[in-house]
Design a protein around this ligand. Sequence first.
Ligand SMILES: [Zn+2]
Length: 377
Amino acid sequence: MRFLTADYLFPLNKNPLKEGVLQVNEKGDVVAILKHRKLVPDRNLEFYNGILCPGFVNSHCHLELSHLKGMTTEGKGIIDFISNIKQRNNYSKQQINVAIDLAEQQMIKNGIVGVGDICNTNDTINQKTKNNLRYYNFIEVFGVTNNTLDSIMIDAIDLRKQFRELNQKATITPHASYSVVPALMKSITNNLDIKDDLITIHMNESKLENELFENKKGAFKDWLQELNASHEIWEKRNKTLDSILELETKKILLVHNTFANEDDLKENYYCTCPKANLYIENSLPDYSLFDSTKLCVGTDSLASNNSLSILEELKIIQDNSKFDLNTLLKIASKNGAEILGFKDLGSFTEGKNPGVNLIQNLDGLKIRNDSNILRII
Ligand SMILES: [Zn+2]
């Protein structure tokens, strides 16, 4: 048995405890939360300076794009970014695999225990079967014309099967409202089965999305027309969020929401990726619009971020919101675990095995720019 104590314990399923104690067994399972360190003899205690909280959940990542770190141009907007991502195929399998391995190691070091990960390929599958981290794999489809929908779905179902055969959670998911025709949304719905709990979609990442759907014009429309895209994309939808009405599923995680307004943020779950938003669009969401109990956080990929660290994302959210530390840590851990269905992660609840992070160099109960993270379990 281990008895861990720090200046504060943030169990996340209950209020923070000053000088509280976390009791865990050899496997890291939570055995008990003790209200104060005085209840345990000093010789049994492990003392830490800082705060202890459960492992983080990175609710939106593209691990397979890790080799594109530093290869895209910052601040050029979403269309330039998507065009840049096409370079992904100019690398050897070995370069891709090395980058995936390093990126996963970085997440582990940064206290991440679970990941919602977008997959267009099976490049990450070997790494994931090592079971170093928990993954929910979202098999992502694009389709801007009606011509190739059958083959897109056949490939997606095959990829989902490859992941599932290796005991990885996998669900087919649309890329974004502007990149998926209504018939493909329908096909995603038709192919859902009982193993699918959640769909994710990139949403409101750029102002151009609103321009396309609300005004039927702008750079996105020009770009789509160059691709001979079906007009149904913008003609059948009057705002970007309309695309999810075409999905018959209960749980949807909307990712980014940088340009969302209050009406867009009602019934769903939300993921924010602040550093990627700053990188691509140089913008952040209005955090006062979110219900913080439905908000989680992701790093996006190393193609649009210089690190895979939830703590670094929290620093940006804290500077741009009124969320207190307990709320920030729920966004970083508990909410993502709930949304992604990682039942034994997300809080220091007895019986769970959520990992243990130490955050050091705080200013009282505020994260500082130089606060850092040490993974204890
Ligand atoms: Zn993404």
